[in-house]
Design a protein around this ligand. Structure first.
Ligand code: HEC
Length: 101
């Protein structure tokens, strides 16, 4: 193989693998959670509203995972998408947390 091409392939390969996993939570958010959390539908705390998230973040990530999985007030259990796994829901929460900090 041409030695000049090898490093290019390695970089290309790494950039293909890494972002796919990192984008997971965002993808879940964009597919499912944004419906309420972007607009504030059903009184959902908006992604852009850090003040609304601060007291929720203070309860800890485990509590937020539990709310996403089991539901809380107007937040439906599993975001009304029973096909989502716990891991996918948690990735969605992780994405939200990373945006509202
Ligand atoms: C049908 C609308 C709706 C959808 C879809 C939705 N949410 Fe929510 N979510 C809400 C509402 C309403 C609340 C506020 C609940 C309350 O009164 O504390 C909320 C609150 C939350 C909270 C904070 C819970 C807490 O303990 O304070 C998290 C975390 C959350 N949602 C994550 C998600 C994730 C992740 C998704 C996508 C997988 C999602 N939500 C999809 C309506 C929705």
């Amino acid at each position: 193989m041409n030695k000049a091409i090898l490093p290019v392939l390695i970089v290309w390969g790494a950039s293909c693998v890494a972002p796919v996993y990192a984008a997971d939570g965002k993808e879940i958010y964009d597919r499912v959670c944004y419906k309420c959390h972007r607009s504030g539908a059903e009184d959902a705390p908006r992604l852009s509203d850090k003040a609304a998230w601060a007291p929720r973040l203070a309860t800890g990530k485990e509590a937020l995972y539990k709310s996403a999985i089991e539901g809380k007030e107007n937040m439906p259990p599993r975001a009304d998408r029973p096909e989502l796994t716990d891991e996918e829901l948690k990735a969605g929460v992780d994405y939200i947390v990373s945006q509202v900090k």
